[in-house]
Write a protein that binds this ligand. Structure first.
Ligand code: FAD
Length: 441
């Protein structure tokens, strides 16, 4: 177990912190030892996954626990589709681990750099009206609790603990293992098209209800949208990939290299934002692809940005989106990054952004070198009228009082949290702001 401490930052650079210690356990006993040290010193302990959250969830000035040396497959059952992974397992490694069993994750988001426990703890999701986010796939958890005990929990073993822990922001315990409901391996056909914004938005609920996976990107103040639609196909379907040179041109040059230069230029000369958004809205759509699911869902994101994302009741999407467009016009918004609109099925996870709501997600991004706060706050304020719930892993400015109104099981969650961690070993001031009306320890 290594214990070097140094200055840390999250992927977007918006959160910086210096833990007293960084520990990388290679056994359950070493996780318990780290919890014991935190208890004895009276300092906080936070687990970090891939460090890809835009919010300060993983930040601590106490002990930072990385499960990067605690990865891998524990068990897989090709008949039931149940798969148990160690908490630190990165998403990009899962396809290869499940390949021999003919299994795959039922859905994924835009990237695969996260740890599985990090993804479930914040309600990470992809798009698909029939699919929940990662937390909805969880069927069991093995946890190291702050008091130094290890428990296995599931819908039939301490149900309240399970409900709180499967999306617990890392405040219930250290996730040692997670059991997920997976599906038979499949391929995806991805088709990207550019279409007028009005018709894309007006048809979004129908299109997303019909397709397996459907989303669209809109560069604010432009008149068109880029739609991405994916169809699930049997694992044996022939692969279709554009020629390597074209793929590189699209993803590395247009998608990352040139895009970075354009965003950097617009950050220096804000009047360039509108032409940059116009150009990008024309060239974002790529060629048709058919390939293994994991390689179609995820793409590299090398141009760094800030992000907020809001989950709305699906039936309020059209009025909410219209309100946002009107506000952008009123404020003469100039940003180079698009909004991303996705759809996810309702689930019953206590703190899920899709808790008991068929949900549409609106994500707003801003280039890393630009000041993101005022723009993201404007989006927050506009969407507040539509009972929007913030993605836990992205930037927002809500606290416990507002969040309690948005989540019917919020008090049940905080009751479990207080019971398992009365001394707040897994808490920080940021988490107290989110979850407790009282001051942080
Ligand atoms: C480029 C980019 C693209 C993204 N795309 C999407 C997307 O498509 N869909 C989406 O929903 N989100 C997306 N996100 C957000 C991201 O998925 C979430 O913020 C996710 O939580 C990050 O996972 P991580 O492993 O980096 O976790 P971290 O950010 O390191 O940690 C997140 C939380 O998980 C806790 N945690 C981590 N490991 C454990 C453990 N073993 N036990 C207990 N708690 C633990 C941490 O304490 C923290 O509270 C994206 C983020 C970026 C930067």
């Amino acid at each position: 177990m290594r214990t070097n401490a140094r200055r840390h930052r999250n992927w977007s650079g918006s959160v910086r912190f210096s833990p007293q210690q960084v520990r990388r356990p290679t056994s359950e006993a070493q996780v318990l030892e780290a919890l014991r040290i935190a208890r004895e010193r009276g300092c906080s302990l936070r687990v970090i996954g891939g460090g890809h959250s835009f919010s300060a969830l993983a930040a601590t000035d106490g002990i930072l626990l990385s499960l990067d040396d605690w990865q891998g497959l524990v068990a897989a059952d090709a008949t039931t589709g149940l798969v148990t992974l160690r908490g630190g397992t990165r998403l990009w490694a899962i396809a290869e681990l499940l390949g021999p069993y003919g299994l795959a994750l039922s859905v994924m988001g835009d990237i695969d750099r996260q740890a599985i426990a990090g993804a479930i703890q914040t309600g990470t999701h992809g798009t698909g009206a029939r699919f929940t986010g990662f937390a909805g796939m969880v069927r069991g958890l093995r946890l190291a609790l702050p008091d130094g005990t290890i428990v296995d929990t599931s819908p039939t073993q301490d149900r309240d603990l399970f409900e709180a822990a499967r999306l617990g922001l890392g405040t219930i315990g250290v996730i040692l293992e997670v059991t997920l409901q997976c599906v038979s391996a499949y391929r995806l056909e991805l088709v990207e098209t550019t279409a007028p914004l009005e018709e894309t938005a007006a048809h979004f609920l129908d299109d997303s209800a019909r397709a397996d996976h459907h989303e669209f990107f809109w560069f604010p103040r432009t008149g068109r949208a880029t739609q991405r639609t994916m169809r699930r196909l049997p694992a044996g379907t022939a692969r279709v990939r554009p020629a390597r040179a074209l793929e590189l041109l699209q993803s590395e040059v247009l998608g990352n290299g040139t895009w970075e230069l354009m965003c950097r230029g617009a950050a220096l000369v804000p009047s360039l934002s509108r032409p940059v958004a116009e150009i990008a809205s024309h060239v974002l759509a790529g060629p048709r692809v058919v390939d293994d699911s994991a390689s179609v869902y995820a793409a590299p994101r090398r141009v760094r940005f800030h992000e907020s994302e809001w989950a709305l009741p699906a039936d309020r999407f059209e009025e909410a989106f219209a309100a946002l467009r009107a506000r952008f016009a009123q404020e003469d918004v100039r940003v180079t990054f698009p909004l991303e609109i996705r759809r996810v099925a309702a689930d019953d996870v206590w703190l899920s952004t899709a808790h008991e709501r068929d949900s549409v997600y609106i994500a707003a991004h801003r280039y890393q070198a630009e000041q993101a706060g005022p723009y993201l706050l404007m989006v927050q304020r506009t969407l507040a009228a539509f009972d929007a719930r913030p993605h836990w892993g992205k930037q927002h400015w809500l606290g416990a009082r507002e969040l309690a109104q948005l989540y019917p099981r919020f008090e049940d969650f905080t009751a479990v949290r207080r019971a398992v961690d009365p001394d707040g070993v897994l808490m920080t001031p940021y988490l107290s702001h989110l979850l407790e009306h009282r001051a942080a320890r």
